[in-house]
Design a protein around this ligand. Sequence first.
Ligand SMILES: [Zn+2]
Length: 289
Amino acid sequence: MTLMNVNRWIQQAQREGFAVGAFNANTMEQVQAIVQAAQAERAPVIVQVSLNALRYVGGGSILTGMRYMAEIGRIAAQSVDVPVALHLDHAHETEVLQALGAGFTSVMFDGGDLPLDENLRVTRKLAEAAHSVGAFIEAEVGAVPRVNAAGDVVGDTELTDPQAAAEFARAAGVDALAIAIGSVHSVRDKHVQLDLERLKAIRAVVDTPLVLHGSSGVTDDCIRDGIRFGLCKINVATQLNKAFTGAVRDSLTHDAANVDPRPYLDAARQAMTAGVRERLRFFGAAGKA
Ligand SMILES: [Zn+2]
């Protein structure tokens, strides 16, 4: 199939109580792992890229990285017969417009560093731009921090206020809303708890589908309850990078004389495929395509 807007499946997820998985890719092998897993599980899927991934792929140029990933994403989507979206995560205004031009079918505008009224003004403008080309757009209310390599939490933490989320969702006209309910980006082990009462309070006043960022560090019990209480797009990056990199490490350890990149990249691709399949089943998305 061609790259798609998967709004229909996000809407279905919200009605039926499952979640569509959005999985981060930094390399061609990771894109392939995501679509192969989706095909095997008959699930709709979102291939998600960060600005840092695009910088890496583009040798320092986000725009070049975008062009590479748009082509790789298109070919990956055409290699399977389940719906695949290509999503740009946490982007500014310029990059959102560039991604829409490059053929991405989904974007997230992160206006967290703008004053709220300016964030809203730009979000509305970008929602119109996205919808005019048939693309999906996500925005964020609140701020999800991250941990750095030393394990320290960095960046702003601002848990989402239900009333602020309701007002923003009504005015912004976006297809999905990322919320901050206790998760943290880049956490390597599952121990973080979600503020489920806050999620329920948000869901009670917001009809827009809700998105969880930073799921890798969140306990599966909390993710399961979170889906039950209204999360319908879940982003996964760190736990899959961990599986991918772990397989490279194992492969090289077992064959220290190897100089061929294919055996360890193939092992990594297979490990990530298994990890994405497990998440798709856990999210209840298997069999929904
Ligand atoms: Zn995020």
